[in-house]
Design a protein around this ligand. Structure first.
Ligand code: HEC
Ligand code: HEC
Length: 350
């Protein structure tokens, strides 16, 4: 009995990290996690992540610092915000030959991240964004020591996760904090939201656009948009071929999209249906950024795009008049929430 006891003691002395060693003791810093309140309007459900990623104020603060920190990249050259630019709807940069996906309302997503859905979880998406050479090309073995040796970060990690020593700062904490931050990027203050909340009205042209977008007025044509782009995020979060490419066979698609992941012919040329939140802030559209003007996107949908076997049945030439195309465009402009990027919990911390 006594012998066993001492074997265990010796085992623990050898295996527990040495608090007086290379790390810094953090127990002097208060750890009192406070839940972060999303304060969503009544008509908005909380995002699907909240249960998996209970939000804390200090977790979100840490996540914001990391999101804007170039120390996550090789040679500290870029941060998440270099590509997911707050002024361009948290989109705008390019990586791996594709446009950056917007991060607005990404908390409403629950799987299949990326244009082709190749990342099953938000954690794997964030981890790959940090490590892959086309994005940040960061090395966890180099990143973690930078945060451990920093003066401020250990305090932020302590406040967010209750760690007692800087040696406990790890990749999982970084990823979880960024995931918490992404979860608060919820658009809620666009003109569209104010109309839904009953606080204002659309102008007549915006109303006509909304009616065509949602097929809500029998006197106006159906623009078919809401089969794929539905509120609150203006996406049904699945994959489609919306006919931007003219192809004769599956191998003609320059980018196989979803097909490269599932290896199903029918998925070739299908891409994630992106959110249309803050769409008017973006400067390029579609996975390859082929359209420069939002009005070009409307003309494209009006044309019906290119038919092919896996082309969505919802798409066809719309025959919208000039005015009607302008109306759909005016409606898309109402989806911009300009308060999001200046929200003090979201704006760059330094
Ligand atoms: C060099 C530009 C670049 C940087 C830097 C970058 N991203 Fe991305 N991000 C992209 C591109 C491009 C995509 C779409 C990738 C694809 O589908 O092939 C994307 C996709 C994502 C997605 C998936 C979104 C969805 O709706 O499926 C998430 C989440 C994401 N990025 C988070 C981050 C985070 C967090 C960081 C910082 C750690 C970051 N990104 C840094 C360019 C970048
Ligand atoms: C069959 C589903 C479907 C329908 C219907 C549809 N879209 Fe899309 N939309 C998509 C897909 C898929 C993409 C991304 C395609 C790509 O990049 O390859 C997209 C992309 C977009 C984009 C560019 C977004 C970005 O981040 O680059 C806009 C804007 C857009 N759609 C608006 C509309 C409007 C307006 C309508 C109605 C006129 C409409 N969509 C109808 C599936 C659809």
């Amino acid at each position: 009995m006594k012998l066993y006891y001492w074997i265990w003691v010796l085992f623990f002395i050898r295996c527990t990290p040495d608090d007086s060693g290379p790390g810094r003791d953090l127990t002097g810093v208060r750890y009192e996690p406070v839940p972060y309140e999303l304060k969503l309007p009544e008509y908005l459900e909380p995002p699907t992540w909240t249960e998996e990623h209970p939000l804390t104020k200090s977790g979100v603060i840490l996540g914001r610092a990391l999101f804007y920190d170039s120390r996550l990249s090789s040679n500290s050259t870029k941060s998440c915000a270099t590509c997911h630019r707050p002024k361009e709807g948290f989109s705008g940069g390019k990586g791996g030959g594709r446009m950056t996906l917007s991060l607005i309302n990404v908390g409403y997503d629950h799987d299949n991240y990326g244009w082709d859905g190749r990342w099953p979880t938000i954690e794997s998406a964030i981890d790959n964004m940090i490590q892959e050479s086309t994005y940040l090309q960061g090395e966890w073995s180099e990143i973690i020591p930078l945060f451990q040796e920093d003066t401020l970060y250990p305090i932020l990690f302590r406040k967010a996760y209750g760690i007692s020593n800087t040696t406990q700062i790890d990749k999982e904490h970084c990823i979880n904090a960024i995931a918490q931050f992404l979860q608060i990027l919820i658009a809620r203050n666009s003109k569209y939201d104010r109309v839904v909340a009953g606080n204002t009205f659309f102008s007549p042209i915006e109303q006509d656009g909304a009616d065509m977008f949602f097929d809500a007025n029998p006197l106006l044509p159906d623009a078919e948009c809401a089969h794929c782009h539905i509120p609150p995020s203006f996406t049904i979060r699945s994959f489609a071929n919306n006919g931007i490419d003219s192809v004769n066979r599956y191998s003609d698609f320059k980018d196989a999209g979803r097909g490269a992941v599932t290896h199903l012919a029918l998925d070739t040329g299908r891409f994630k249906i992106p959110t249309l939140r803050n769409i008017a802030e973006r400067k390029q559209f579609m996975h390859d950024g082929r359209f420069i003007q939002l009005s070009d996107v409307i003309s494209f949908y009006n044309s019906g795009g290119h038919r092919f076997e896996n082309y969505s049945n919802y798409l066809h030439p719309l025959h919208l008049s000039e005015y009607q195309q302008k109306a759909v465009l005016s409606f898309l402009y109402t989806l911009t929430d300009t308060t999001l990027r200046v929200n003090p919990d979201i704006a760059p911390p330094f």
